[in-house]
Design a protein around this ligand. Sequence first.
Ligand code: ARG
Length: 273
Amino acid sequence: MTSSAQTILMCPPDYFAVAYVINPWMEGHFADTDKDLACQQWKALHDAIQPHAKVLLQPPRHSLPDLVFTANAGLVLQRKAIVSRFRSPERQGEEPHDHAWFAENGFEVLDWPQNIPFEGAGDALFDRGQDLLWVGHGFRSHPDVAMLLKRLLGRRTAALTLIDPRFYHLDTCLCPLAGGYLLYFPAAFDAPSRALIESLVPEALRIAVDEDDALKFCCNAVDLDGAILMNGASPKLQARLREAGFTPEIIPLSEFMKAGGAAKCLTLKLVEK
Ligand code: ARG
């Protein structure tokens, strides 16, 4: 089934590299990515998305190796966009390019306070079953982001505290799926956040993954028409997803994992209602 309704932003990996270390995955991988392999892997993801969604490309930029991770360009709702304010200086050079892209592509760019880090759809994910925006903080985005987004977008938000530096963005450990399912790694969250998740999502819809699967970035998944594109997942998790009516598709993204990103990080859904 094709849902021509979705459009996804990607950025080709022409200048992708591990050029600095701002998360634990990047440690020991300085200049260690295989360029050809990265291009092949990115293209495989791109080709897997194409039957389900239109893909738009953001121009890659020299010296901005993490621009490939378009999930961090900003957060989109309808035709409005909030452009990311990166915590680390290494990524702040992306902001003017992200701003220009949204403005040139018909989005109304909303004002965001200068001093409040917010890393876009990396830390803010719309639930697919209820009117709710999940917002992560603890490593990158500021703790006030959930409150600010609620005010700015008029959406109910649930603020979740991340506690494991390997899962520094919310989209590395939580993925809302169609029908209100929630794929997530509970140990990445503090106890009150786990309790909040349990109070908002019925048990039958919670797909909690173990550490081995979480470390494959199974939660960093792109869900489109029931297909779930992901870097890796155990046969057991794949069976659980099939049972729930989804079709997992494994697309190895080893080169991007060295930078701390996988399928979802490399995409931004531009159609959000
Ligand atoms: N190297 C990038 C960083 O640490 C990876 C970003 C991954 N993006 C994401 N949405 N999780 O910022």
